[in-house]
Structure formats: C-alpha cells, structure tokens
Design a protein around this ligand. Structure first.
Ligand SMILES: C[S@@+](CC[C@H](N)C(=O)[O-])C[C@H]1O[C@@H](n2cnc3c(N)ncnc32)[C@H](O)[C@@H]1O
Length: 279
C-alpha cells in the first residue's frame, strides 16, 4: 500500500470511528485489511476500499473490519484502585445523597468483563448493606462481535481466573468447560452498540457512574476532550466519571471536580447548586 492508499484508509477510519491509525501502525492496518479481504472473498484492495467507502450493502463487512482494527483487551477486576474508589467513595456518597436506583455505564466495554465486574461489585454491596436496592449496568461499544459475546456472558476458565474465588462461586456457573455469568446478574445488565463519534445522537443520560477506561487512549487529544465533555453532560449532578489513570493527561471542566483517590483518575459532577455557584 503506497502513501496515498494508506492516507485515504486512515482518513476513512478516522472520520467514521475517530480512531487514529498513525504511520507506525501501517503494517497493522494492512494485515487487518488483508484478513478481511480474504474472509469476504474480495481480491482487490481498490475494490474493497470502494465497498467500505460507499457502505451500501456492506455495512456488516464494515462492522467486521472495525472489529478487526480495534483492541478489545480487557479482564475482570482490571483496575483494583478504581474499583476500590467505587466501593469506598462512590457508593457511600450516593447513599448519603439518597440516590437509590443507580444507573452505571461502562463506555467501551469490549466483551463485557468490565460490566460484570461492576455488577458483581454493586450486587456484593447490596447483599451486604442493602444499598443500592436497584441498579443497572449498561455496556456500550462500537464492536458488534464483542457485544454479542458480552451479552452471552460466557467466558473461558482462564478468563474467569481473575475473579476472586468467593465471587466466582456466587456469580458464575460452570458450563461446557468454561463459565457463564448467572442469569440474576445478567438481568442487571444491558449492552448496546454505540460509536463514540456519534455520541450526541444517543439518548443516554442521567448516569450516576460512568466508567470509561482504556478507550480514550486510541483517540487524538481533541476528540478525547470532546468525548469527556459529552460524558460529563450525561451524569446526574453528584455523579462520578472514572477514567483509566493514564487516559487523559490534563482535563478540566466547569462543572466537574477531580476526586482525589490514590492511583485513580476520577471526576465528580458538582451538585446543581454548586454548578449554579450558589454554594
Ligand atoms: C481496550 S478495550 C477497553 C475495554 C475495557 N474498558 C477495559 O478497560 O478493560 C477498548 C474498547 O473501545 C472500543 N472502541 C474503539 N473505538 C470506539 C468507538 N469509536 N466507539 C465506541 N467504542 C469504541 C473497542 O471496540 C474496544 O472494545
């Protein structure tokens, strides 16, 4: 693939998904294109480009290509300090504010491990303390194959290894040599396709907790900042945004304040009166 060819693929992918494919990832792009061309029976790169550009009749193939070009690496209980923050700061905070019926959103949830981790954490807290009585965890991602797996809640024994044993016993059942998340926990979750580039079009709002880790790193700085503002607007006053510690070097927003908790990067949306400058 020559420079012009690379430039036009990188542009098309950036315009549609926001993902930045730099020169150093040219080989990765080419390998992905070759895989998808082989799988879809297309032998000519120019022809494949035109299909993907025009999309008509090829939307499914576009989804598969995006899936091939995105990184879905994830695991259960991935970042313990952030989970500790949710347990020891977020939940007591919500309880004090009298907020029951918590809405949680995992943005860029890949194959669902993050969603079920949060659901296990909330359910564990509910069983121990009675709070929150009601909650739901929504996972969104651009990748349909990843979401399909997430919805099923089936994982290999190796993947489930990072779940602490008491939680594995409580929230998983053995199935075909692997494990499946129990139905009672799956019922607390929902998965939807959402492309961050089109976030403004989705009617998602009023979340108490937005958890977005290891997603923003794939975007250029200006897009990261745009997504962060859009996420902040989707929190209830007092709600919390938890990012991965290295996801954004510097960010400030008029109605968000940094939450100081070691090893984490999190922000709290100010309460209504604070936003209006009454306190
Ligand atoms: C590395 S995974 C992070 C998984 C999980 N949040 C974690 O930290 O373990 C990044 C996810 O972001 C998703 N993603 C990439 N571009 C996206 C976009 N434009 N809109 C929504 N999700 C996107 C990918 O499909 C992938 O599943």
């Amino acid at each position: 693939m020559d420079d012009t060819g690379f430039g036009r693929w990188a542009r098309l992918i950036r315009e549609r998904t926001g993902l930045h494919i730099g020169e150093e990832r040219r080989g990765f792009l080419l390998a992905g294109l070759r895989d998808r061309m082989r799988a879809s029976g297309c032998e000519d790169l120019e022809h494949y480009y035109r299909r993907m550009r025009d999309l008509r009749g090829h939307a499914d193939e576009w989804t598969r290509l995006v899936d091939r070009l995105t990184v879905h690496e994830t695991r259960f209980f991935r970042h313990e300090p952030s989970l500790d923050l949710v347990r020891s700061v977020f939940l007591p905070w919500m309880q004090r504010l009298g907020q029951d019926g918590l809405q949680v959103w995992s943005v860029g949830c890949a194959t669902g491990e993050e969603v079920y981790t949060l659901a296990m954490l909330l359910e564990g807290h509910r069983l121990e303390t009675g709070f929150p009585q009601r909650y739901a965890v929504t996972g969104t991602d651009i990748s349909l194959p990843a979401l399909r797996q997430a919805r099923e809640g089936r994982y290999s024994a190796r993947r489930v290894q990072s779940v602490p044993e008491p939680l594995r016993q409580r929230f998983f059942e053995p199935e075909d040599g692997g494990f499946r998340v129990v139905a009672s926990l799956r019922r607390r979750t929902a998965f939807h396709q959402l492309n961050l580039m089109a976030l403004a079009r989705y009617p998602l709002r009023d979340f108490h907790l937005i958890y977005c880790q290891n997603v923003l790193i794939y975007f250029e700085r200006s897009l990261r900042l745009r997504f962060l503002s859009q996420l902040a607007e989707r929190l209830v006053p007092g709600g919390m945004l938890v990012l991965g510690p290295g996801d954004v070097p510097v960010w400030s927003h008029p109605f968000m304040e940094r939450v100081a908790f070691e090893g984490t990067l999190a922000f709290r949306r100010l309460a209504q009166a604070e936003e209006e400058g009454d306190v």
